[in-house]
Design a protein around this ligand. Sequence first.
Ligand SMILES: Cc1cc2nc3c(=O)[nH]c(=O)nc-3n(C[C@H](O)[C@H](O)[C@H](O)COP(=O)(O)OP(=O)(O)OC[C@H]3O[C@@H](n4cnc5c(N)ncnc54)[C@H](O)[C@@H]3O)c2cc1C
Length: 354
Amino acid sequence: MSDPVAAAPLPPTPAEVVIIGAGPVGLFQIFELGLLGMHAHIIDSLAQVGGQCTELYPEKPIYDIPALPICGAQELIDRLMEQVKPFDARFHLGQEVTEVQPQPDGRFKVVTSAGTNLIAGAVVIAGGVGSFQPRRLAVPGIDGLEGKHVHYRVKASVDFHGKELVICGGGDSALDWTVALADKARGLTLVHRRAEFRAAPATVARMRELVAAGKMRFVEGNVVAHHVDNDKLVRVEVQGADGERLQLPAEKVLAFFGLHPKLGPIAEWGLALERKALKVDTEKFQTSMPGIFAVGDINTYPGKKKLILSGFHEAALAAFAIQAHLFPDKRQFLQYTTTSPIMQKRLGVAGADG
Ligand SMILES: Cc1cc2nc3c(=O)[nH]c(=O)nc-3n(C[C@H](O)[C@H](O)[C@H](O)COP(=O)(O)OP(=O)(O)OC[C@H]3O[C@@H](n4cnc5c(N)ncnc54)[C@H](O)[C@@H]3O)c2cc1C
């Protein structure tokens, strides 16, 4: 007989506010809530924080963050992480929020793909353009090799050393990894549907030098089939623009066709949407469901601009609205971090300046 005590599901963890999405705007939301004395849990489907900044353009400089004339995208995320430290948010990374359900008492049940189960007073959706999914190779039956022989990102470059590699794509990622791995691989072929590339010209030039030096090959075409022997990938078949088919030895295929965002479960939570974005007002940044707010790239309102600084402003106003939602009897007034002893205490800088 099963033990009824052991079988009972764990009760959900209470959370004052849950933020869905740890991009720049979700991170700044922690700060704005913290300044007003509210604690947040933050969840992201990616294994790391930073959203588009970290996932899509970590090394690119950003020039339109107020008071930072130039700031690397990853640097911005590192600075935000430093700024939110005093507020001790709980991070739940590598898990997608699959369910947000209003409860009879006005709170929200928030459940993730990893089984995290929270019960929140308010929810802020900072889901950006959704969860990122790699565009996959359109080769029948190749899905089963994903993560073992077919990869859409490099976790550890050493996994590809000494291997027969086929790299697919014509953008920065494909060309950067081609150049980085050409000397390390046993053999390397770059496959792209045409001889023009979208990558940085210097990297394309370096790739052409490597081809000229006999250190790698470039083939114009598309991978159309693969051959497995004893559970191991042995070669792929490429069809050229002229229809000719070519066999290439391949132990590992790396495909970089870009990422496409998928709104995913957010679209199923019964919230009003307009062109795949959540409709909000511009006073509270609240969605069509009271208690659920949306900030950053995921929301829409007249005049919306998908910029980081717009998201920061939205997060500040949403924090006041969340405070009013959670503590309707509390009197609200604006305080400056420069002069407010209570904010300075929350920031851990109390007494820093007499
Ligand atoms: C190449 C490039 C250059 C850019 N340059 C600039 C610039 O110079 N200046 C500027 O202001 N903006 C720039 N942007 C835009 C800027 O990056 C975005 O406006 C910003 O990232 C939006 O932040 P966010 O926090 O709203 O969303 P995102 O950064 O998209 O983060 C959202 C996060 O939510 C997560 N998520 C989504 N759904 C779920 C779910 N169900 N469960 C868990 N997690 C979920 C995602 O995984 C993601 O990490 C640029 C964008 C690109 C692509």
